[in-house]
Write a protein that binds this ligand. Structure first.
Ligand SMILES: Nc1ncnc2c1ncn2[C@@H]1O[C@H](COP(=O)(O)OP(=O)(O)OP(=O)(O)O)[C@@H](O)[C@H]1O
Ligand SMILES: [Mg+2]
Length: 390
């Protein structure tokens, strides 16, 4: 059966740019074909054995190979297998020249990696058509491959650019965050001082005046007047207490004056007393003052973590340990409460609009250049481990 002949148009392919290696042990039969192909501009080379074809394909790869099946030495199939096994020649399309009626040869040809076959006796127009078609196919495949590579390069470049941009923005955000934290702390400090010094002093003065009045009237007050005076005394001392509390919780002045360790000791004692939790604080190593920014971050981290213990843990015990190592500091906050599953946090935070606490802790640890580890599973309590260079 003669296959239909499709000759691609000449302007689609400049045949003069391509070379064909014809492998046949009896090239005498090929004279007319060679002339015919050359008349279309194709560069023709001839090899007389499989071995010679392999050598030539290796040193000067042709664009396509026309390969005879039966040859002395290694036959066409073996030649094709070896061409396909070598990365340098694997891509060269191979067309077998098989004898009419040898169906198994045709099948075997495809099995060993050929792209096509032509039937002997050769029909020149058909050979040209098949050669041109496969040259065209190869050219298009190569174009596609290089476009794909180009696309990959562009995507990689774009990814790298976006990655850089995101990294830069995160750094900017971090700088802003540091600045914001500093400002916030400064403001807390100012308000705390003002509450304590201004309002606190005024209320203390009112308290002193009230006790002077009580002395002056010496019990000579109407019952209504006595009630009013007593109520004013109570209100004044309650408000004074509230203002002290507010001032302390905004930013305890002892954090600046005495440092982290005394402040934590005071804070944790107060925390335990208020919530009826056994709250412990221990230090180990040589206690030293740290940079003010670091002391603030660590104090705020403990505050946030203990607030979580109070809010979520239902714990009976909470322990804070601060370890001073050589050039490093380690902070551990542990409770024996209900625990939680850290991997499900993002779900919870998106549903309940919470999660600023742990996020804030994470951010502070990052600003300290340290590491945070959260160990928690339901019903085993929670442990937060923080370590940073001093
Ligand atoms: N010590 C803890 N014991 C049990 N669950 C905890 C503990 N700490 C955190 N969690 C869980 O992790 C979640 C996230 O805590 P996070 O502090 O980030 O947010 P939040 O406390 O819910 O809200 P907020 O933004 O007010 O802090 C909590 O809702 C809670 O389920
Ligand atoms: Mg919280």
């Amino acid at each position: 059966m003669v296959k239909p002949v499709v000759v691609p148009t000449q302007d689609e392919l400049d045949l003069a740019q391509y070379s064909v290696l014809i492998v046949d042990d009896a090239p005498i039969n090929l004279g007319v074909l060679v002339q015919f192909l050359e008349s279309y501009g194709l560069g023709i080379r001839v090899a007389r054995s499989g071995e010679s074809a392999l050598r030539r394909a290796h040193y000067d790869p042709p664009d396509i190979i026309l390969l005879d099946v039966l040859m002395p030495g290694i036959d066409g199939f073996e030649t094709c297998l070896q061409l396909k096994a070598n990365a340098d020649t694997a891509d060269i399309p191979v067309i077998f020249m098989t004898s009419l009626g040898e169906v198994e040869d045709k099948v075997r040809g495809f099995e060993v990696g050929a792209v096509d076959y032509v039937t002997k006796p050769l029909h020149h127009e058909e050979v040209l058509a098949r050669v041109t078609t496969h040259l065209q196919l190869r050219r298009l495949t190569k174009m596609l491959q290089s476009e794909k590579q180009q696309l990959q390069v562009t995507t990689e470049q774009e990814k790298a650019r976006l990655f850089d941009a995101v990294k830069q923005q995160r750094e900017q955000l971090r700088t802003l965050n540091t600045r914001l934290n500093e400002l916030k702390e400064f403001e807390y400090q100012q308000i705390a001082r003002e509450l304590h010094d201004e309002l606190g002093q005024t209320l203390t003065a009112i308290q002193i005046n009230l006790s002077a009045i009580r002395k002056d009237v010496n019990g000579h007050l109407s019952p209504k007047g006595e009630d009013r005076l007593a109520e004013t005394e109570t209100l004044t001392s309650q408000t004074l207490e509230q203002i002290r509390e507010l001032s302390l919780s905004l930013r305890p002045p002892m954090l600046d004056d005495l440092g982290l360790v005394p402040t934590l000791r005071w804070y944790i004692k107060r925390f335990g007393a208020r919530l009826d939790i056994k709250a412990g604080f221990t230090t180990s190593g040589v206690v030293t003052r740290l940079a003010s920014e670091m002391e603030t971050h660590l104090y705020r981290i403990v505050q946030e973590a203990l607030t979580n213990v109070a809010k979520h843990a239902q714990a009976r015990n909470a322990d804070v340990k601060l370890t001073f190592l050589n050039n490093r500091i380690r902070l551990a906050i542990q409770d024996d409460g209900v625990g939680f599953d850290p991997s499900k946090l993002h779900l919870k935070s998106s549903l309940q609009n919470s999660g600023a606490g742990l996020l804030g802790i994470r951010e502070r640890v990052h600003l300290l250049g340290g590491e945070l580890e959260i160990k928690s599973t339901p019903n085993t309590g929670t442990l937060l481990n923080i370590e940073a260079s001093v």
